[in-house]
Design a protein around this ligand. Structure first.
Ligand code: MN
Length: 311
């Protein structure tokens, strides 16, 4: 693929490469970013490569991030993975860089960067990074493989979503051949804290269901504080109401410290991203997000969603 050669050419041309991704990182953000860093360090040993952004405690088993001074950006190549829009890039200093490359699997709503490799046919940005390594015949270090594999697993719903293709397994197979400990990775991924149990209990006890099959839960900030959670961590719970025959769409509203609500749309078939776009957000067909400014807008969203299911 020509675009992969272009990306490799840029990596060769720069001495400093900074890799970034979206705010409130998830497994795919971690995997695509830290995986790419490991790949560049292994295959281009003369480069200085940094991965920056805030970290999430529950993802620390994947790896950690670097601190970078402002002046490092001016001669650097920045590669942003897994981030559809500019406002959500973690660390807005990306704009100081000499050149920017976007690698992403979300719909290309806000194009940015001199080179864009955007393709929604991949389960994850991690799958893209793994595929790139295979196509360019890069050596794949074990820890990079583990990070990328973890990113594919989390964004594909453990290889369950329709977006999973034979290519996904080709990439996964190549990654696994590096010999990382799959069971150790899954153990880290699946270990929960008891505080999560009490929170899940809260969701099960308090959600509302309409006759059209819309389930909603509005979580006040006081409730999240009680469980040591923040709205930013709620994507982890967005599928708590999945898998019930009577529930066709489920929306989680979680109050943020600025009194706005983070909205997570999920469905078992209904297209939800248009709804998210209507409220200033976006995402995938059956998994999307937005921000609601207040409870009135929360109610508007609930009405719209219920109407959509009734059609
Ligand atoms: Mn992703």
């Amino acid at each position: 693929m020509e675009i992969l050669k272009d990306i490799e050419k840029q990596i060769k041309e720069f001495n400093t490469i900074i890799i970034q991704r979206h705010i409130n990182p998830d497994g795919d953000a971690y995997g695509s970013q830290l995986g790419l860093k490991g790949l560049i360090e292994e295959n281009f040993k003369d480069k200085k490569c940094y991965a920056i952004g805030e970290s999430m405690e529950y993802l620390n088993y994947i790896g950690s991030f670097d601190k970078v001074e402002d002046e490092v950006f001016k001669d650097a190549l920045v590669i942003v993975t897994d981030c559809g829009n500019v406002e959500r890039i973690d660390d807005q200093r990306f704009s100081l860089a000499k050149k920017i490359i976007k690698i992403d699997h979300h719909p290309n709503v806000t194009p940015y960067g001199e080179i864009m490799w955007v393709d929604t046919s991949y389960t994850s940005a991690s799958e893209m990074v793994g595929y790139m390594a295979m196509q360019l015949k890069w050596r794949i270090p074990t820890m990079a493989a583990r990070a990328i594999f973890n990113g594919i697993v989390t964004d594909s719903g453990r290889f369950m979503y329709r977006g999973v293709t034979p290519r996904t397994f080709d990439v996964a197979s190549r990654l696994l051949s590096t010999g990382f400990d799959l069971e150790e990775m899954y153990k880290n991924l699946n270990t929960k804290k008891l505080s999560e149990l009490t929170f899940i209990n809260y969701i099960y006890s308090n959600f509302k269901l309409t006759k059209n099959g819309l389930a909603t839960i509005i979580v006040p900030i006081s409730e999240m504080n009680k469980h040591g959670l923040s709205a930013e961590m709620m994507n982890k719970y967005a599928n708590t109401l999945a898998g019930f025959k009577e529930i066709k769409m489920w929306i989680t509203f979680s109050e943020r410290s600025d009194k706005q609500y983070r909205v997570e749309f999920r469905s078992s078939g209904t297209i939800v991203n248009q709804l998210a776009v209507k409220y200033g957000g976006g995402g995938h067909a059956q998994a999307a997000g937005a921000i609601a400014q207040n409870l009135k807008i929360v109610q508007d969203i609930i009405e719209d969603a219920d109407k959509l299911l009734g059609e």
